[in-house]
Design a protein around this ligand. Sequence first.
Ligand code: CP
Length: 315
Amino acid sequence: MQFIASSDLTKTDILKIFKRAQYFKNNTHKKHSLLKDKTIGLLFFEDSTRTRVSFEMAAIKLGAKIVFVSPKGSSISKGESELDTARVLECNGVDAMVVRTSNEMIPSMIAKTTKLPVLNAGEGTIDHPSQGLLDAFTLYEEFKGKLNGKTIAIVGDVKHSRVAQSNATILSKLGMDVRFVGPAQFLPTRKPEGVTSMHKKCDDGIDGVDALMCLRIQKERLDADEKLPNLDRYFKDFGLDHKRLELAKKGAKIMHPMPMNREVEVTSKLADDPKKSLIFEQMKNGLFVRMAMYEQLMKKPHKTSAKKTAKKGKK
Ligand code: CP
């Protein structure tokens, strides 16, 4: 098993991860040794704070050691390819690789050239499976396991957001309606799979939803011919604050994958309001979900069941 694409995950896979994430969350005091004597190679070709720290901490909590490589200070700065860099880690004996890149298809290309487990830690504008899983797990906890029929509005620069894509894929598998909301400039031209509807008017898009996720304008992913909108205007039209949140269902909470631009996509007052915001719960859950992902990928096959299968085969 590899963790490359959100679309590869079945509902059963997702719920299995949630179950184990919940276990790790409920047992933070316990020492885990699943990855004792293992080394995880973290290949971060693109900057990160949350995903990097939480994949590192998840590995450490499970007893592993870490080797970290980023463009600064490695031979990537001399032009070495991402694939060759992955081979360096493999030749030096890492047991799994976590890959973040702005280049689409690199995680799957690495996965094809190695027998090691590979985890996608964010890939261009197309996928961020671990973020999608931790967001879904946060909602799963919030709605006490009942996601079927609930609606979420994902608001802002949806077009450049891999998080929006992963959430649409994963949340729709769990029975949620996913709305994409943003200015025309930031909406995909065609409704992607997993998305129920797209809205160019924020107040229409968030009307009656059970949860809202705001997104950062991803300046670094704008094409050369794409202009940054006027930020005051953008906040007026799409920024979330306590007043706008009243359009959603009573009790609805806001989320954000972070990093966030305070007072651009959301007010600080709302983001930091523990009664209305799940943002810091998402951040905490990243650790437990990534522990569960490592476990899923790296646990040894159960000896008894392997023996049973062998015996069955002989009969
Ligand atoms: N949410 C997320 O991917 O954050 P980082 O870019 O800091 O890892």
